[in-house]
Design a binder for this molecule. Structure first.
Ligand SMILES: [Fe+2]
Length: 327
């Protein structure tokens, strides 16, 4: 085992306050320090997104946490790999640990940390009432109204995963597997791959889409259940943000999803009920045909869903329309 958990990701964007407000409307809390902003989930003592100012939208780095042994293993892996080099800590993203650049210029941080407790995940820091559903032969909820309160505020609990674009799916898988120590979970037709940290993890902490350049596709936050995914997505549309895609259910990972387009043409996803792999030996990575691997149900994905908008220089404020406009 090398890295243990997905820690945070960094984005450079032209307009930090507008991007920060987007994530606050999404349900995160933010702190602005000079020209940067740090976004966290309510009740979780761990940075989730670091926003820095830049001339265009760029994935600035991806950060994973490890223990001492894991960090030493990553250093050894870098030595043995022709896909990664160790670099100095970038000036505007000061996190401890080591910094790595991969074969296509993407930057990573590996720091010594445990995943901070959150209200999400398999061992939440605050007990949740079990989500009760009624189905044939399994009526969990009787003598009780099912719908949640009208004034419920859906709250993202933790950053679960991200998806990034790569110029080489094969090399990106090799980098994450051989340098950072992730496990391959599933692939689809040589176009999409999902990996997870070893030793008990969601179906994926990272996914890749192969295109002609690198870039950020989406960050995804865990919600209580499908109702909270629906309320989260609906609430963002009501605030004037652009619909990315949703509500639907993915096939690989099995999660409910709703994506919202951010002011710099990235996406942010509400997710719930993702597959969880506790025993790495119990899961066999498979390649799935795209028509069964992408999603089970939901609206047709908009054409722009899979497009790579890295390098976006414009800022779209709520209500201004544009790509993935409200529908
Ligand atoms: Fe996702």
């Amino acid at each position: 085992m090398s890295v243990k958990h997905f820690h945070h990701l960094g984005l450079a964007i032209p307009d930090v306050p507008t991007q920060k407000k987007f994530y606050e409307d999404f349900g995160l809390i933010g702190e602005e320090i000079e020209n940067r902003a740090i976004m966290r989930c309510i009740g979780r003592d761990q940075d989730q997104l670091l926003l820095t100012e830049g001339p265009e939208r760029k994935l600035s780095h991806v950060s994973y946490g490890a223990d001492d042994e894991g960090l030493a293993a990553v250093k050894n892996n870098i030595e043995a790999s022709n896909l990664a080099t160790e670099i100095d800590c970038p000036k505007d993203t000061p996190y401890e640990g080591i910094w790595i650049q991969d074969f296509e210029g993407d930057v990573y941080n590996v720091n010594i940390s445990e995943a901070a407790p959150s209200k999400g995940g398999i061992s939440p820091s605050i007990a949740h009432e079990a989500f009760q559903a009624n189905g044939p032969g399994h009526y969990d909820r009787v003598n009780k109204k099912g719908s949640i309160a009208y004034d419920t505020t859906p709250e993202p609990h933790r950053l679960g995963h991200m998806v990034q674009f790569t110029t080489s799916l094969e090399k990106k898988i090799a980098f994450y597997r051989d340098v950072l120590g992730l496990k391959l979970t599933d692939t689809s037709e040589g176009l999409i791959a999902f990996l997870r940290t070893a030793g008990g993890c969601d179906h994926h902490t990272v996914g890749f889409l192969e295109t002609d350049k690198t870039g950020f596709h989406h960050a995804s936050f865990e919600m209580d259940n499908v109702d909270h995914v629906g309320l989260g997505g609906q609430g963002m549309l009501e605030k004037g943000y652009r619909n990315g895609w949703g509500l639907g259910r993915h096939a690989l990972g099995s999660n409910f999803f709703w994506y919202i387009r951010d002011p710099h043409d990235g996406l942010c996803e509400f997710f719930a009920d993702m597959d969880y792999i506790a025993d790495d030996d119990a899961w066999e990575a498979k390649d799935w045909p795209m028509d069964v691997g992408f999603y089970l149900w939901g609206p047709n994905p908009p054409e722009e869903f899979g497009m790579n908008y890295e390098g976006c220089k414009t800022t779209t404020k709520p209500g201004a329309g544009g790509k993935g406009a409200r529908n």
